[in-house]
Design a protein around this ligand. Structure first.
Ligand code: FES
Length: 103
């Protein structure tokens, strides 16, 4: 059974910023876009680069190793060379706290 786990506060990640986390051997990254906060697996599906070292572009996250892009809302690939979607996590903001659903 899963639960929401507090990982940061909204002040920790400015708009356009990324922050990687590890909880229970699971690595993920929280991105702050103009549309809100999103969480995805911290592993590019192209060649396993940590996508927390990438960049936010609008509502997408870009892996800086080879330039693949993913939609932060759906995990869908929006630019190659990746072809497999990235895993997304359920995230919510409660007052100033950012919480991510962990199984
Ligand atoms: S490892 Fe991310 S684009 Fe290649």
């Amino acid at each position: 059974m899963g639960e929401f786990v507090r990982v940061a506060t909204t002040n920790d990640i400015p708009v356009g910023g990324l922050k990687g986390f590890e909880i229970g051997h699971k690595r993920f990254v929280v991105a702050h876009t103009v549309e809100g906060f999103f969480a995805v697996a911290d592993e590019c599906t192209h060649d396993s680069a940590p996508i927390s070292s990438g960049r936010v572009r609008g509502s997408e996250i870009m892996c800086t190793r080879h330039g693949a892009r993913f939609d932060l809302k759906t995990g869908a690939v929006t630019a190659p060379p990746a072809i497999v979607p990235i895993d997304t996590l359920t995230i919510k903001v409660d007052k100033d706290d950012i919480l991510v659903w962990m199984e």
